[in-house]
Write a protein that binds this ligand. Structure first.
Ligand SMILES: [Zn+2]
Length: 292
């Protein structure tokens, strides 16, 4: 009888994007490729145990036999050891829960977590607008205003999320949801704008509002560039992706104010998929390059 050799089963990788509103799971053949098949999309559950069970059920339903890794993008600050969430205004039930360990125990594979802006940056750096920049940032302008930066020189790379939305602008007396007074996000955060104006930002057509929005965001981005020496920013998040014309207005304001350096803005080419693609890319990036 002929000796039939079985083909080795190709490994599969899962990327998970947990936003304040929705959770998406993608199945990747390689963490280093942007293509994926959507496994599931469901409303993010505020209760940790229920959310974990939803993720487990979605993964088990595909019957993978060689799951090699799970990368998770989450709208929250990650503990320094990269294993849990420590600050998550939109997901308070997840704080300090052993998220990475729970997924590893369930599936017996490598599990990595990162801030959603870090994941977005990974996707744009590998496949998108930031490909040719060694010093760059990814800024998401959505419910909140968040960012991550990457600084690379030769073989050394450092990636970190940063609190761009909670930098204080001089003369701003507005109270921020974070507890500080004067944050940038009081002008640019979708949730805070909705609370202040009584309706969603998508319904605001007042041109003075949008001028001020662009002016404040331009100041926030110049401060970011001056403090970190970045050269380029991939702009993302629902507010930017739904209003691409804002990009030019913000760029013009930056160009009239900044001196001694240039700051180039571009829309995130992966759009709203950036955090999900970046979640899978986490499995391909050395842990020590990410400063949680
Ligand atoms: Zn704040």
């Amino acid at each position: 009888m002929a000796n039939v050799q079985k083909e080795p089963v190709k490994p599969d990788y899962i990327g998970i994007d947990i936003g304040g509103t929705n959770t998406r799971l993608g199945l990747f053949q390689s963490p280093g490729m942007p293509g994926f098949a959507t496994l599931a999309k469901f409303p993010t559950c505020q209760r940790y145990e229920q959310q974990l069970q939803g993720i487990i059920t979605a993964i088990e339903s595909v019957g993978l036999t060689n799951l090699a890794g799970i990368g998770v993008s989450i709208a929250g600050r990650i503990a320094r050891d990269g294993r849990s969430v420590i600050v998550a205004p939109n997901l308070p039930g997840y704080i300090d829960m052993p998220f990475a360990q729970d997924l590893s125990n369930q599936f017996g594979c490598l599990t990595r977590l990162a801030h959603d802006a870090v994941c977005g940056l990974l996707a744009e750096k590998k496949f998108g607008f930031l490909q040719h920049f060694d010093r760059c940032a990814y800024v998401t302008v959505s419910t909140g205003t968040g960012a991550a930066i990457q600084l690379t020189k030769a073989a050394i790379t450092l990636i970190s999320s940063i609190e761009i939305g909670h930098q204080i602008l001089d003369g701003n007396q507005r109270f921020c949801l974070c507890g500080q007074v004067g944050c940038l996000e009081t002008f640019t955060g979708g949730k805070q704008i909705e609370l202040r104006y009584g309706h969603a930002i998508a319904e605001i057509t007042d041109s003075a509002f949008w001028e001020n929005f662009c002016a404040k965001l331009a100041i926030g981005l110049i401060n970011l560039a001056m403090l970190t020496r970045i050269d380029a920013v991939a702009m993302s998040g629902a507010i930017m992706l739904n209003n691409p014309h804002l990009l030019m207005r913000i760029q013009q304001r930056i160009d009239t104010m900044i001196r001694g350096s240039m700051l180039r803005l571009g829309l995130a080419l992966s759009g709203e998929d950036a955090p999900l693609i970046g979640a899978a890319l986490l499995l391909d990036v050395p842990e020590e390059t990410i400063l949680h």
